[in-house]
Ligand binder design. Structure first.
Ligand code: GRF
Length: 222
């Protein structure tokens, strides 16, 4: 019997790779019909590479510090990804800004997860910034990648309520629990052909999303 068609994904990481693990686990549990063709890290020796190895997935380290420019690094990245041709590139804690050339090359085929309710708190230290701003709500966003840092149309956001005793660390932990649910979920929609992007507009089940879908208290709100 031939294998069912599944979405081929390349996962780019820089560190712990807990989102990579969530994707691996969702594939094993058959809740995500996908195959990881390669994991690429721009940092040597990170835990995410061990996770790839343990799962029997090809992995590559491309140390960005060994390249004289972003352009040259990204060219290498493109060449390496092409050896394991994916349908989709999943950025999972990949702490590099991608060049326009890279984004154009894989146009509409790159997803990212960012730990804030975009467009709030683009960039780093999002949990502390949410606390400093005395936000009531905080969360994490899955979005298509565009040329703008942490920009690009948002697909799905998990939302949590801040608690009085929250710190940046507790927020990170609580939000990572949500990340590990919503990232495989959004990828599975792509695998099923339910999610698409056309001219920077996101569609789910052929319906244009006017605003991101919300995941609140373990429920999807459309
Ligand atoms: C996550 O918090 C994600 O939102 C951000 O980077 C972190 C990656 O964590 N983009 P991990 O490497 O997947 O554990």
């Amino acid at each position: 019997m031939s294998n069912p068609v599944s979405l081929k994904i390349a996962v780019l990481i820089s560190g712990s790779g807990s989102n990579l693990q969530a994707i691996i686990d969702a594939i094993s549990a058959n809740t995500l019909q996908a195959e990881i063709t390669v994991v690429i890290s721009n940092r040597p020796g990170v835990k995410g590479l061990e996770r790839a190895k343990a799962a029997g997935i090809a992995s590559i380290t491309l140390d960005h510090t060994q390249y004289p420019s972003r352009e040259l690094f990204d060219q290498q990245l493109i060449q390496n990804i092409q050896k394991y041709p994916p349908d989709l590139i999943v950025l999972a804690g990949f702490m590099r800004i991608l060049s326009d050339n890279f984004i154009e090359h894989f146009r509409d085929r790159i997803l990212n997860i960012h730990p804030s309710l975009l467009p709030e708190f683009k960039g780093l230290n999002t949990h502390q910034r949410a606390l400093d701003a005395h936000k009531n709500l905080h969360g994490v966003s899955v979005h298509y990648v565009s040329n703008e840092l942490d920009g690009g149309p948002v697909i799905l956001q998990a939302i949590i309520k801040l608690q009085d005793n929250d710190t940046a660390s507790t927020l990170q932990q609580r939000i990572q629990v949500e990340e590990h649910i919503i990232y495989p979920m959004a990828i599975e929609w792509i695998a099923q052909g339910r999610l698409a992007i056309i001219n920077q507009q996101v569609y789910l089940d052929n319906k244009a999303l006017e605003k991101p879908l919300k995941w609140v208290n373990k429920q999807l709100i459309k």
